[in-house]
Design a protein around this ligand. Structure first.
Ligand code: KIV
Length: 271
């Protein structure tokens, strides 16, 4: 039986089995109870409580301002809703970089207070000590390489990363470092598909792409983008599966018109 048709809770081990059996992993972001329940019931394998909540929920320009307390709030809301998918919570900027003591304290707070299954960290060699410290506490970690949005001020733009040989070599080295340290999976964001395919073929752990092509073990998208809730964001890798921005606009326009014309509520819609 494919894991997709199996109602049991997804674990990190089952994601590795999916890679071994060539079964692709479907991952989406969620930040609140209602949407998390819908996407879990629709069969997504991994729900990421992404720090993209900073952009899509709070309207910040980058992911940097979101705090550990805010990530914990979103994590708790999502975990309450999800029965089957693996729930990953992003560690926010400033909660793990450069200080293993801060990193372990932040990761423990996330695990204790949200009840999530694991955490995700951005970066390679630079965050290795923090990563090892978190793993030493038995907390499963998903890595994140390529375009790592918490480093946007270093990169200067959201363009494709690792196009030149030096950056591609570093990414490959970092991917091996993360696997050797004990990460159970890695997200590859906005890098050439060929490089992502090479990483996926050299590593035993599953590689999940966002804008890194199809030669990997799974895909992740920001839910608001794939549902067409955000019309201002149209990168090449984004496939829209709905146009909810338009649906919501017309529904609200209709509601306003109905209230103004006293069509709503009618006799049946009152007590
Ligand atoms: O925060 C997020 O949504 C992410 C995805 C882009 C992978 O990290």
């Amino acid at each position: 039986m494919s894991i997709h048709n199996d109602a049991r809770k997804i674990t990190t081990q089952r994601l590795t089995e999916m890679k071994q059996h060539g079964e692709k992993i479907a991952m989406l972001t969620a930040y609140d109870y209602t949407m998390a329940k819908l996407i879990d019931q629709a069969g997504v394998d991994v729900v990421l409580v992404g720090d993209s909540a900073s952009n899509v929920m709070a309207g910040n320009v980058t992911t940097l301002p979101i705090t550990l307390d805010q990530m914990i709030y979103h994590g708790k809301s999502v975990v309450r809703a999800v029965k089957r998918a693996l729930v990953v919570v992003d560690m926010p900027f400033g909660s793990y970089q450069g200080n293993p003591d801060t990193a372990i304290a932040s990761a423990i707070r996330i695990m204790k207070e949200t009840n999530a299954d694991c955490v995700k960290l951005e970066g390679g060699k630079e965050i290795l000590e923090s990563l090892k410290r978190i793993l030493s506490a038995g907390i499963p970690v998903m890595g994140h390489l390529g375009l790592t949005p918490q480093s946007i001020n270093k990169f200067g733009s959201y363009t494709v990363r690792a196009k030149d040989e030096a950056e591609a070599c570093k990414l490959l080295e970092d991917a091996h470092l993360l696997e050797d340290a004990g990460c159970f999976s890695i997200v590859l964001e906005k890098i050439p598909a060929k490089l992502a395919g090479q990483v996926a073929s050299e590593l035993q752990i599953p590689l999940i792409s966002i804008g890194a092509g199809g030669n990997v073990d799974g895909q992740v998208l920001v839910m608001h983008d794939m549902l067409g809730l955000n019309k201002d964001f149209s990168p090449r890798f984004l496939r829209r599966y709905a146009n909810l921005a338009d649906d919501i606009h017309s529904a609200v326009q209709q509601y306003v018109a109905d209230v103004k014309s006293s069509d709503y509520p009618n006799e049946q819609e009152q007590y």
